[in-house]
Ligand binder design. Structure first.
Ligand SMILES: [Zn+2]
Ligand SMILES: [Zn+2]
Length: 276
């Protein structure tokens, strides 16, 4: 069950009560820092072209922070590092509290903020698709940070996995987080296909339910027929909740909302979901 995340006080909660579970899409204020308790896994969208929290800055791109009990991960960096850092500051997430950075793919709306981010915290390991150009590796090592080339699926920390490289144009990796509520599949742009990514996640961590799929679904140009079959596949794969944002497409968001009803969560910058 998704739970309300109330550690920050005072907080303005723009949450909605959904089928007994409370999903918080919140504005975190005050002096508290969003440090999770031991078994909570907050996932905070820190960069998006959609807004959940109007106090944050929107721009085309995506980035999210995952705080598992053992590691804090920045997944993607948006298109502009200054906006990324400003949004993180408003959400009380200190750049130096991040241990690992995972970049989904080479497009500038996901990679564009990396250089600026590494200027304020180079004490991180950056997980990049091995297909990345050497210029990205140079930029990472010049900042003082370390990189790790990813090809196949890999456990990158306790309960946190990458799907490994998928697709071709461009090659992309997605994040899979194993929580007690089930798997969270976190995508950048889902260029390899959102259904293919969910299938891969189930192979990487077998015999686990899919608690939620979140991020860019890349369905902006999908026809109604294609959307119909994607939703059918999601149902077959037992995707419990969906949080589409970034490049998911307006029509896809509408169709997913109509289908998933209370299990649809509108993604956007400032969205805070906490799983147990
Ligand atoms: Zn892309
Ligand atoms: Zn994108």
């Amino acid at each position: 069950m998704l739970i309300q995340w109330l550690r920050a006080a005072p907080a303005v909660l723009l949450g909605v009560t959904i089928g007994g579970a409370i999903v918080v899409t919140s504005v975190i204020r005050g002096e508290s820092s969003p440090i999770p308790t031991r078994h909570e896994v907050p996932i905070i969208t820190v960069f998006d072209n959609y807004a959940v929290n109007p106090e944050l800055t929107t721009q085309w791109g995506f980035a999210a922070v995952v705080m598992s009990p053992s590691v804090n991960i920045l997944f993607d960096t948006g298109s502009d590092g200054r906006i990324l850092l400003s949004n993180m500051a408003k959400l009380k997430i200190r750049p130096k509290d991040i241990h690992k950075v995972v970049t989904s793919h080479v497009h500038p709306d996901h990679l564009g903020g990396l250089k600026e981010y590494l200027k304020v915290n180079s004490d991180v390991e950056v997980y990049i698709p091995a297909s990345f150009p050497d210029s990205v590796r140079e930029s990472i090592t010049t900042s003082g940070a370390r990189y790790r080339d990813i090809t196949g699926a890999l456990q990158i920390d306790e309960g946190v996995f990458t799907t490994g490289e998928m697709g071709t144009s461009p090659i992309e990796q997605s994040l899979v987080i194993d929580t007690s509520e089930g798997l969270v599949v976190l995508t950048g742009c889902a260029h390899p296909g959102i259904v293919n990514i969910v299938r891969r996640a189930k192979e990487v961590v077998p015999n686990r339910a899919i608690a939620l799929v979140m991020g860019g679904f890349h369905l902006g140009s999908a026809s109604d027929n294609e959307l119909h079959w994607i939703i059918q596949d999601f149902r077959k794969l037992r995707v419990n909740k969906v949080v589409p944002s970034h490049c998911s497409g307006e029509r896809a968001r509408e169709r997913l909302e109509a289908e998933y009803k209370e299990n649809y969560i509108a993604g956007g910058v400032g969205n805070v979901l906490t799983l147990r």
